[in-house]
Design a protein around this ligand. Sequence first.
Ligand code: ATP
Ligand code: MG
Length: 420
Amino acid sequence: MLTQAIKGVKDILPEDSPKWRRLEDAVRKLFSDYGFSEIRTPIIEHTVLFARSIGATSDIVEKEMYAFKDQGGDEITLRPEGTAGVVRAYAEHKLFASRPVTKVYYMGPMFRRERPQAGRLRQFHQIGVEALGVSEPGIDVDVLAALVELFGRLEAQGVELHINSLGCKDCRAAYKAALKDFLMRKTDSLCPDCQRRIETNPLRALDCKSERCKAATADAPMMSEYLDGDCRAHFESVKQGLDDLGIQYVVDPRMVRGLDYYTRTTFEMIAVDKQGAQNAVAAGGRYDGLVEEIGGPSTPGIGFAIGVERLLMMLPEAGNGAGSPQVYIAAIGGRAERFGQKLADELRKCGIPAERDYSPGGLKNQMKKADRSGASFTAIIGEDEMARGAAIIRDMKSREQTEVRFDRLVEEIKTLTRSL
Ligand code: ATP
Ligand code: MG
């Protein structure tokens, strides 16, 4: 019996990869335009890193982590998100000393043990940025501008940027207390999860997907009413900056985000599908206390993560042309096959994608395969051609055929494929 892949963990098959590549190429170019360098951190980290950064009462740490003891007894977790690892690397390698403003991006797999469904996997991919060392609102605007521009370049339709401010440690404490009071009075109308959250993480009640909780919290106090002077000014500057760049956004006072480390600016890119359902494709925010929390110097930071699978679902088809050869080699007969093998090798070394049939049948059969391969030209070589010392080059679109002598073959194919 075949051992299948783990539930919620997907293969990215050859026909899917052009879409991924297109996205990754666009992302690399864009982040370099916006001044972000790539960082690659490990997929495994000490479990305590996530418990300390994401927060012990977050959904991720409470129930979604792939955490295990390895053979040596170390507590290890497959990273559920990218920020914790980046911030750890930043502190561990003292990047704050060499790069007072550190702007990095990453892309790679993340792991969460959730119930698999459309757009929700156990191994999924995120593309994200982190900007460390700047507390001024200008960096918030830059980070948001990069996110919005990425969606624009990819021609993603139907997305809305939602923003909010969660304040700082101080003003959020006052708000948390007020919200807790409010929720205590509504206990009976809340779902069991939110009843528990009143003590542990009351903000999450505003984020609950249950209709009961949505109704019960409709007139809950909002963070915006509790922002202190500095946090309010910061948020105003971010909004002003977005306005100056012509970036549209919706202020969503109920957006709280599930991770504990967020402060001040928080945001989501929401995709509104044809049925009107809303789905977060990207999310992020400021985390001014996080570097310190994991043992580094007090450093402000802001970042976001895009869910790649969810983003790809929104993009126009990329076609699978990226994998097509430019030249297909149809060789008939032993001598011609050996010639074909050499020709393919020479073309590939010149950077011309070439393909051939490894167990060639007759001409008709090979031409069918050439057609299916999507090649622009086919080089046809049979016994007659071997005897004449010339191949037939067929333009697969116009169906025109020309004879080219072997000694000019590679040069001629180079000329023909130059404009592809
Ligand atoms: P959700 O509310 O959908 O559970 P989240 O708040 O847990 O999302 P974040 O931790 O902010 O998500 O991660 C950022 C993005 O990563 C999400 O907006 C989403 O696009 C994507 N993402 C999160 N979890 C998954 C998953 N299990 N499978 C696929 N994509 C995911
Ligand atoms: Mg989640």
